[in-house]
Design a protein around this ligand. Structure first.
Ligand code: 5GP
Length: 204
C-alpha cells in the first residue's frame, strides 16, 4: 500500500479556571508551535507585559460589538465582567488547510463550540479541561500572581468553583500538577488526537 495521507486540522480547546496556570501552559506550548494559537479579542484592559495581537486583540467595547454584529466570532462570552470572542476566520482558515489550532477559552465558550451546528467544527474539536488540584491551591496561585484586586480574586474563585463543575463535558481532563507535567500531558493529548484514523484522508 502506497497511499499518501493528509490530515484534517484539529481544534484544541483549552479551558481552566483563572489562576490554574493556563496562560503559562499556553505560552510553553507556543514555544513549539506545531499549531496556530488563535488570539482572542477582548474588551479587558491589557495587564502589564501583555502585547496586543499576541496575548489578545484588545478592543474597545464598541469595536467588539461591531465585530459581534458582523458575525466575526465563532463563539463569545462574558467572563469576569469583560467580553471575549474567538475569531472565526483564524480558526476556519487554518483548519481548512489541515493546520491545528489552539484556543484558550472559558467553559461557556467551550460549551458553545460543542453545541455549534457546524459538523466541520464538531469533527475538529478536541477539548481539554485543566483541573486545579484544589480551590485552596487556586486561591494561593491567584494571590501569588498579584495581578487582581481582592474583589477580583473573590470573583475569580467563585467563577472557578462553577467552572470546575463542568469538567465532565470535556473529552479530556488533566489534573494540574507541576507545569512540566501539565505540558507533557497536554502534548500527549495532542499526539493521540493527531493519530485518530478518522482524521486521515487519502490524497488522490
Ligand atoms: P483572562 O482575562 O484571565 O486572560 O481570561 C479570563 C477568561 O477568559 C479565561 O477563562 C479565558 O480562558 C477566557 N477567554 C479568553 N479568550 C476567550 C474567548 O475568546 N472566548 C471565551 N469564551 N473565553 C475566553
Amino acid at each position: 500500500m502506497n497511499n499518501h495521507f493528509k490530515r484534517t486540522g484539529i481544534l484544541f480547546v483549552l479551558s481552566a479556571p483563572s489562576g490554574a496556570g493556563k496562560t503559562t501552559l499556553c505560552s510553553a506550548l507556543r514555544q513549539k508551535p506545531d499549531f496556530v494559537y488563535a488570539v482572542s479579542c477582548t474588551t479587558r484592559k491589557p495587564r502589564p507585559g501583555e502585547i496586543d495581537g499576541e496575548d489578545y486583540f484588545f478592543l474597545l467595547a464598541e469595536d467588539f460589538d461591531r465585530r459581534l454584529a458582523t458575525g466575526d466570532f465563532l463563539e463569545h462570552a462574558e467572563v469576569h465582567g469583560n467580553h471575549y470572542g474567538t475569531l472565526k476566520s483564524t480558526v476556519n482558515e487554518n483548519l481548512e488547510k489541515g493546520v491545528d489550532v489552539l484556543i484558550d477559552i472559558d467553559t461557556k465558550g467551550a460549551g458553545a463550540i460543542r453545541a455549534c451546528d457546524s459538523p466541520f467544527i464538531c469533527d475538529a474539536l478536541a477539548d481539554v479541561f485543566i483541573m486545579p488540584p484544589s480551590l485552596d491551591e487556586l486561591q494561593h496561585r491567584l494571590r501569588k500572581r498579584g495581578t487582581e484586586s481582592e474583589d477580583q480574586v473573590a470573583t475569580r474563585l467563585r467563577n472557578a468553583a462553577v467552572e470546575m463543575e463542568g469538567w465532565r463535558e470535556y473529552k479530556y481532563t488533566i489534573i494540574s500538577s507541576s507545569m512540566e507535567e501539565d505540558i507533557e500531558k497536554f502534548r500527549a493529548v495532542m499526539r493521540a488526537e493527531r493519530y485518530l484514523s478518522r482524521r486521515l484522508v487519502i490524497e488522490s
